[in-house]
Design a protein around this ligand. Structure first.
Ligand code: NAP
Length: 272
């Protein structure tokens, strides 16, 4: 793992966003603020919101691809990546383009991008480790993971990374595999505990401890993300299956210890 310390001479970019959902919109706001020119396309019609933000929205994929972007940023759901990518008329690309994805799992998308994209397209796999909630007050100090999978146009890649660097992100270069291993033990686990607490319908009480308030916050923040996002963390990260098993085993162990204590205490309470 390497922490980037470069400060490239960055330039403003023409960035085309594929998938204008909550996360695409969130990233777009900062990119617009930095002066980049944005276009977008998505399954649903986001043209009114885009018009308000000063972003050109294309319903047709052909027009979008022909807009000659420097970077095409893939912000679609994990589950729909292959379908979305295959629906892009890539033969209409007018020049070599950098494709950068921001999906929360990395090995699968890396493989799909290398399979589907033309050889002359550069590929950068990234995962901003924050979202509309945690990055609401700025990105300073928040982690940004990336792997330079196939980069020939260094200037465009550096300018794209600079978007995050200049906001103060902690830039972490690592392989997609390493990311998935770490994310299964951190992000997937966090979301799973949050979803379990949501199933339990936990609510604030008049006697909340600080610890319990943290659990309520965790539940509230995880269920704000779509179930597509959460299930994608499991379905497309091979390390997540093991972590789910580890969680179930750990739960059983803790439960067993409590039941053993219960049995001992039942015995000790028996009348002489
Ligand atoms: P999401 O539910 O993961 O993805 C929503 C986006 O996917 C929307 O743009 C939606 O298009 C599109 N989409 C969903 N199903 C589709 C289908 N069958 N065909 C075509 N498009 C489809 O929510 P998100 O929070 O916006 O996340 C977007 C991506 O960013 C995900 O890959 C996620 O892992 C990643 N990410 C999210 C966060 C976060 O905090 N939210 C942080 C880091 C990375 P329409 O809007 O047009 O319906």
């Amino acid at each position: 793992m390497a922490v980037s310390s470069s400060s490239p001479l960055s330039r403003t970019l023409r960035i085309g966003i594929v998938g204008f959902g909550p996360f695409g919109q969130f990233l777009a706001t900062t990119m617009m603020k930095q002066g980049h020119t944005l276009t977008a396309t998505s399954r649903s019609d986001h043209s009114q919101l885009c018009a308000r933000l000063g972003i050109s929205f294309f319903r047709g994929m052909n027009e979008f691809i022909e807009a000659e972007n420097d970077v095409i940023m893939l912000c679609t759901s994990i589950l729909s990546l292959t379908e979305v990518l295959k629906s892009l008329p890539l033969h209409c690309l007018k020049r070599p383009t950098l494709f950068a994805d921001v999906l929360s799992v990395k090995e699968g998308p890396r493989e799909v991008l290398l399979q589907v994209l033309p050889e002359e397209s550069d590929v950068l796999c990234t995962h901003p480790m924050f979202g509309p909630e945690s990055g609401r007050d700025g990105w300073n100090g928040l982690a940004f993971m990336y792997e330079r999978v196939r980069i020939r146009d260094e200037a465009t890649c550096s300018s794209f990374l600079h978007i995050f660097e200049s906001e103060g992100c902690r830039m972490l270069e690592m392989s997609c595999e390493e990311h998935d291993k770490l994310a299964a033990r951190s992000q997937f686990l966090t979301h799973t505990i949050g979803r379990i607490l949501s199933e339990m319908e936990i609510e604030s009480t008049p006697i909340d401890t600080k610890g319990f308030q943290t659990l309520i916050q965790l539940k509230d923040s995880t269920i704000r993300d779509s179930f597509d996002l959460y299930s994608g963390l499991f379905v497309h990260n091979k390390f997540a299956k093991q972590e789910l098993n580890n969680l179930a085993l750990a739960f059983e162990k803790v439960k067993q210890k409590l039941e053993e204590m219960n049995e001992k205490s039942d015995l000790s309470m028996q009348p002489l």
